[in-house]
Design a protein around this ligand. Structure first.
Ligand code: OOB
Length: 536
């Protein structure tokens, strides 16, 4: 396994192989079989374009050869920051075939996140689009190049500007070595723990199992049509079964850019979409706007997860949209629990169902790490054939987030009900879950403290009707307090992604601290609530 990754101990790896979870396949084989057997079969629909398995397979082979020609090779890390597009699919498969390791950045990431990633993993290449939603990724790439000494290539899908066009990376395919199925295939980004984003190694074996098992449970077979409405770089839309899992099943992927009803409702009906993934805020919006469209989604299953889902919204999905809902608790780190398609409506509304497979081991523990009584709430610990054993190059962090027995501390507070179903009750980690986008409080706090008008800062989640949660910055001012707009500009100027910028600002004379010197957020929240009460 790539240096800096933590392998599963041999006894676990043997067991996962013996029990048939890991089958020794490699992700570079995606598209291959179907291309050989049924070359004209449509693999991807993007706008008016319909691309066959044969076309994509050839494009991936030619790009892989071109990348080798540029000197990109086995184990080289390549940051991929592409929107849902044909290029996204071709680039990933090409990198898998080269044995290079894609690092899947989200389209919303900016200089701060990308520079950190590039330096942290010593990326040799960075692949971007030209302009999306009026944001010029080539300018971002220029800034990243200046700060990342190992970066040798910037490749642009579209107009390359000063860089190299992705299209021009093209060569006749030659013989290539097959990577080890137990090795890392790509890195996902952690949805937020402490500080900077962490890199999650996903192996060929573990991801192939995840895709196969989720496809089976969601009924996605060769006739399945998956709509990617969330960014495909996110685990939920990539491999649950998502874009890659659908191609693995020889189904058809429809690429959307956003989950907004005016864009995707017509697509779902036109393409006969059978499966899609949404964050809760969009399920609510779909239900709310259904009257305008009168959709018939009786052939559609919607996977929803990533943040708390309002049970009332869940209950309306079948009557209003006609669709089947599957309620998920998932993490890029690997844990997956979800309600199956035949679950009764109340199970779907109120629980996140059962783990992906029998080899998944779940524990619910108290603050001292002891198992809680059955049914009681505690932190979820997770171990299994898709769950990582350690983040990449993060020894200290791993010592804190992995137990000595190899369980991941999820930072989520859950209980297991008397039928064995998972119920997410809250979380202990310091993250704002802004409609499924995770904002690590510490990272925002640290950056806020860099402003000359901020002496100290804390970041809290506040309830929001549409997104579930929004971000509130609480500051202690140095002199005259800066306004929210100014702080947002300041953080943007530091290269932070827009979804991490605070939505609200409060100023206090001092922040409460605990005896061990951490900001006492519970006390701070109480203090703010009290202030609000008394000013009513
Ligand atoms: C998914 O993955 P990530 O890595 O972006 O975020 C994971 C975190 C969890 O640790 C938890 O805090 C939160 O998102 N979360 C939920 C939830 N599902 C995830 N919080 C409350 N209720 C839920 N149902 O978000 C993800 C990955 C794969 C599939 C689905 C979601």
């Amino acid at each position: 396994m790539l240096d800096g990754c933590v392998p599963w101990p041999k006894e676990f790896a043997d067991r996962y192989r013996d029990e048939g979870y890991w089958q020794g396949v490699v992700l570079g084989d995606l598209l291959r079989t179907t291309s050989r057997e049924d070359s004209e079969r449509v693999a991807v629909v993007a706008g008016e374009e319909r691309l066959s398995y044969g076309t994509l397979d050839t494009r991936a082979d030619r790009l892989a050869a071109g990348l080798r020609g540029l000197g990109v090779g086995h184990h080289d890390r390549v940051i991929v920051q592409l929107p849902n597009s044909v290029e996204f699919v071709v680039v990933l498969v090409a990198l898998f075939r080269v044995g290079a390791v894609p690092v899947l950045a989200l389209p919303a990431h900016r200089r701060s996140e990308i520079c950190y990633l590039a330096r942290h993993c010593d990326a040799v290449a960075y692949i971007v689009p030209d302009i999306v939603d009026s944001f010029d990724y080539r300018e971002l790439a220029a800034e990243v190049s200046a700060e990342a000494p190992t970066l040798r290539h910037v490749l642009v899908a579209g107009d390359p500007g000063p860089f190299k066009a992705l299209d021009a990376v093209d060569d006749d395919p030659g013989e290539a070595a097959t990577p080890d199925p137990g090795d890392v295939a790509f890195f996902l980004l952690s949805g937020g723990t402490t500080g900077a984003p962490k890199l999650i190694p996903r192996t060929h074996d573990d991801y192939a199992f995840q895709m196969r098992a989720t496809a089976r449970e969601m009924g996605l077979d060769r006739d399945g049509v998956y709509l990617a409405a969330l960014p495909a770089a996110h685990n939920a839309a990539l491999g649950c079964p998502g874009v890659l899992g659908t191609l693995w099943q020889q189904g058809r992927v429809v690429l959307g850019r956003t989950p907004s009803p005016d864009e995707v409702f017509p697509l779902i009906e036109r393409e006969g979409v059978t499966l899609t993934t949404l964050m809760p805020a969009f399920v609510a919006l779909w239900v709310e706007l259904a009257d305008l469209y009168e959709p018939d989604f009786s052939g559609l299953t919607i996977e929803v997860g990533g943040a708390k889902l309002d049970p009332e919204v869940a209950r309306q999905v079948r009557p209003v949209l006609g669709a089947t809902l599957s309620h998920w608790f998932g993490m890029a780190e690997g844990p997956l629990c979800f309600t199956r398609r035949d679950a009764d409506p109340e199970t779907v509304a109120l629980t996140q169902g059962y783990p992906l497979c029998e080899a998944d081991e779940l524990r619910v523990v108290d603050e001292d790490g002891a198992d809680v009584a059955p049914g009681a709430v505690g932190e979820l610990l997770y171990r299994g054939p898709t769950t990582l054993r350690g983040y990449y190059r993060a020894e200290e962090h791993n010592a804190r987030t992995m137990t000595p027995e190899g369980f991941l501390r999820t930072g989520d507070l859950v209980r297991i009900d008397d039928e064995g179903r998972l119920v997410v009750e809250g979380r202990s980690k310091d993250v704002v879950n802004r409609g499924g986008e995770k904002v690590p409080a510490e990272e925002v706090e640290e950056n806020l403290r860099g402003h000359p008008g901020v002496r100290d800062a804390a970041v809290l989640a506040i309830p929001d009707r549409a997104l579930g949660e929004k971000t509130c910055a609480v500051i202690v001012a140095e002199g005259e307090a800066p306004a929210l707009a100014e702080l947002k500009d300041f953080l943007s100027g530091r290269g932070m992604a827009e979804f991490k910028l605070p939505d609200r600002l409060e100023t206090v004379p001092a922040l409460p601290y605990t005896s061990i010197g951490k900001i006492d957020k519970r006390a701070l929240r109480a203090q703010l609530d009290q202030g609000r009460e008394s000013s009513r």
